[in-house]
Design a protein around this ligand. Structure first.
Ligand SMILES: *Cc1c(COP(=O)(O)O)cnc(C)c1O
Length: 231
């Protein structure tokens, strides 16, 4: 690949994704101002993140802490980092110190650790609660039946700001089927979260369905950075 081909291709793919978002907003009567694009750069090199930044992208999502830290340390304060991977207790300190958003909080235990470890010098850590909307035993996330209790406890966390709910549904093929779990997440948000307004839902394969059902953050990896090796 030539030196010029790579940057222009990421800029081009970003532009294509932005056009898809605008198309979905138009079709489903959403305001483009309400939809934020999170570029999921997991497993991709720092150079690709830098290219996306040059093309105007600010928010980046990472799943694997070790893979993320090199990028966080190299790129400094320019990007806004979102943690979107599974969280082990022994990793919460690095997440609380280096990320501004976490989309994958699935327990009060993890929330408490993030709260205690968020540095005073930083803004509150913005949190999405991850819900296992399909109640799929193979997926992590809060059982919808226990969500109300967890939300009630959240008031005690002075260093966290609850932004809304996130989900990663079981894969479905048609847009109508994809809309079902997203609508269910939006319903849960209405029912249990009275001040939080964000919904983190939609990836490369289902962003239109997510926008149709109220998403405010779409998390797009493959369609910006290309396919990934399994990590
Ligand atoms: C990898 C990942 C994405 C991006 O998925 P693509 O299908 O590559 O767009 C979004 N959200 C989460 C939680 C992920 O792990």
């Amino acid at each position: 690949m030539s030196a010029e081909a790579k940057p222009s291709s990421i800029a081009h793919q970003l532009d294509t994704v932005r056009q898809r978002i605008l198309g979905a907003c138009d079709k489903f009567q959403r305001s483009p101002n309400d939809i934020h694009l999170l570029a999921v750069s997991k497993t991709k090199p720092v150079s690709m993140v830098a290219e996306a930044m040059e093309a105007g992208q600010v928010h980046f999502g990472e799943n694997y802490l070790q893979d993320a830290m090199e990028k966080v340390e190299t790129l400094g304060e320019g990007p806004v980092w979102h943690f979107i991977g599974a969280i082990q207790s022994n990793k919460t300190r690095l997440i609380a110190e280096n990320f501004d958003w976490v989309h994958t909080v699935t327990s009060l235990k993890i929330a408490r650790r993030l709260n205690n470890q968020r540095p005073e010098s930083k803004t509150k850590l913005k949190i999405f609660l991850q819900v296992n909307i399909d109640q799929d035993p193979a997926k992590s996330g809060i059982d919808p039946a226990t969500l109300g209790d967890i939300v009630q406890e959240f008031g005690q966390f002075q260093r966290l700001q609850l932004m809304g709910l996130m989900t990663l549904p079981t894969q479905r093929d048609s847009i109508d089927e994809q809309r079902v779990p997203f609508r269910a997440l939006n319903d849960l948000q209405q029912q249990h979260l009275h001040t939080a307004r964000d919904l983190s839902m939609g990836m490369s394969g289902d962003l239109e369905a997510a926008i149709a059902e109220g998403s405010t953050w779409v998390r797009i990896g493959t369609d910006i950075f290309g396919s990934r090796e399994q990590l």
